[in-house]
Design a protein. Structure first.
Length: 132
C-alpha cells in the first residue's frame, strides 16, 4: 500500500506539472517574463527568409517566454511592427499560419492588444528583420 501511495503522489505531481505547462503555454499573460531567444543564426535567417515573403512587415524581433514547467521545450514570441496599423491582427495571423518554427510560438505586434507585453519582450529581443 505504501508503494501504491507513493506512485499515486508521483502521478499527482506529474499531472500538476502538466497542467502548469498547459497554462503557461496557452496564452501570453501580463505578468510573463521574457529572455533572449536561444536560436541559432541559421534559424534566425530561416525565420527572416519567411518573414520577407509577407508584405507589410516592417520589423520583426524574437524573444523567449520564460516558463517554469518543462523549460527545455521553449516558447517564443515574435514581435512585429507593420507598415499599416489597421492590418496588425490580420498580419499576425498570417505570420502564425505561414511560419514554421522549432518550437511553440506566439505572434504579436506593438500596436495591438498585446502592446504592453510586446514592449516588455522587446527589451531582450533579438532582431530578426528590419525593412530597409
Amino acid at each position: 500500500e505504501a508503494r501504491a501511495e507513493q506512485y499515486r503522489l508521483q502521478a499527482e505531481r506529474h499531472m500538476d506539472l502538466q497542467r502548469r505547462a498547459e497554462y503557461e503555454r496557452a496564452n501570453l499573460y501580463e505578468n510573463d517574463e521574457f529572455e533572449q531567444a536561444d536560436l541559432s543564426a541559421e534559424w534566425i535567417k530561416y525565420i527572416r527568409d519567411q518573414i520577407t515573403q509577407i508584405p507589410g512587415v516592417k520589423e520583426t524581433w524574437i524573444s523567449r517566454k520564460r516558463i517554469t514547467a518543462f523549460p527545455e521545450s521553449p516558447v517564443y514570441v515574435l514581435i512585429n511592427t507593420y507598415k499599416w496599423r489597421r492590418n496588425g491582427r490580420e498580419l499576425d495571423k498570417k505570420i502564425a499560419q505561414t511560419l514554421k518554427m522549432p518550437a511553440m510560438f506566439f505572434v504579436i505586434n506593438t500596436k495591438g492588444r498585446h502592446k504592453k507585453i510586446a514592449n516588455r519582450a522587446l527589451m531582450v529581443a533579438t532582431e530578426v528583420y528590419l525593412k530597409k
